[in-house]
Write a protein that binds this ligand. Sequence first.
Ligand SMILES: Cc1cc2nc3c(=O)[nH]c(=O)nc-3n(C[C@H](O)[C@H](O)[C@H](O)COP(=O)(O)O)c2cc1C
Length: 374
Amino acid sequence: MTESGETRIPAEQGGPPQKPPPLKTRLTELLGVSYPIVQAPANFVGVPRLVAAVSNAGGFGILASGRLAAGEIRDDIRAVRQITDRPFGANLIFGSPGYEKLAEVFLEEKVPLICHSRGNPKWLIDLTAGLDMKIMAMVGSVRHAVRAEQDGVHTIMAQGEEAGGHVGHVSTMVLLPLIASKVRIPVVAAGGFSDAAGLVAALALGAEGIAMGTRFAVTLESPLPVSVKKRYLECSENDTVVTPAITGTRLRVISNRFTQMLEEGERPASWREKISGAMETRRMLGVSWWRFILGGWSMRKQYKASISELGHLAAGGVRIRKAMIEGDADLGVMPSGQVCGRIDDTPGVEELVYRTVSEAWSVLGSLRDRMPPQ
Ligand SMILES: Cc1cc2nc3c(=O)[nH]c(=O)nc-3n(C[C@H](O)[C@H](O)[C@H](O)COP(=O)(O)O)c2cc1C
């Protein structure tokens, strides 16, 4: 049993994990860390405690910023710095209401790295020019990776279709080597990773490290309700679906009663839900109605989205909150990668990072032994 009452499942409790030797790549050099393991940005998951734990363990934690007001993300950045003096990053979801304000906070607080999701990061590269800050672009296509490199990002997170959250159309297995062959900057592989074998495979496919979202969501330091972590543990690789019906764009989530309702043709979100979603979003962001409407207007233009579609996005956010904060695993929405099917324990972050790297060293060593003498 842990402090929060969670039980490690299964209860394989050996001695304390041994700290492995550094596993250096161009990514670890760029980020200033010991191990090429990134905690991918994940809304409702990437809170200061988890982020700092990953960075303290020698990996690289990234703070989530979705649905946070500028003051809240500033508090989160400072909270991370209370727990660790190691480097960490923060996520910026381009086009989300108030994103320019969040960028200002990241600059003022001199966050070492901004992970830019969705859209073209050029504006952010111009904004941070000459500052000691790194930009990582999360992309789901070769074209976007090449353009982001030309625009001047320092590293690419290549996210395959099996990932949790909003996803593109191409699997990590195909996307990663294509991107790695087309850009020179370090590439981090995301989508489908949970262990040492995945790390070694990613290195073989041309990545300089891995980013894990779903795996870090099911750790002791993850803030998710126990009921939700339990649902992730119970899932097989077949238990996720990709649907545009929740936020308006393709979102990979765990199948549950709510996604079944969507599949059975029940209306994804009524106008009532859309309006209450918008009100809830504005309240969470802590911005004035005027600013909220202006943000919505710019999103409308950027994504060529209708008011109904934006309302849809807001209603989806409320559904995600219902699971990730309130713990309703049946009627809430739980973004998850297919890799949930490979996750069957709830380790502490340090244990997870150390075992991934230690086992990666063994896997690297054992590959030759598996081949018969030629
Ligand atoms: C619970 C959850 C929330 C996520 N939230 C975000 C987010 O706020 N911003 C973002 O850019 N990506 C988000 N993602 C996507 C992750 O950054 C990452 O690309 C993905 O988790 C990698 O695939 P994996 O889940 O197989 O590890 C989220 C993923 C999950 C599982």
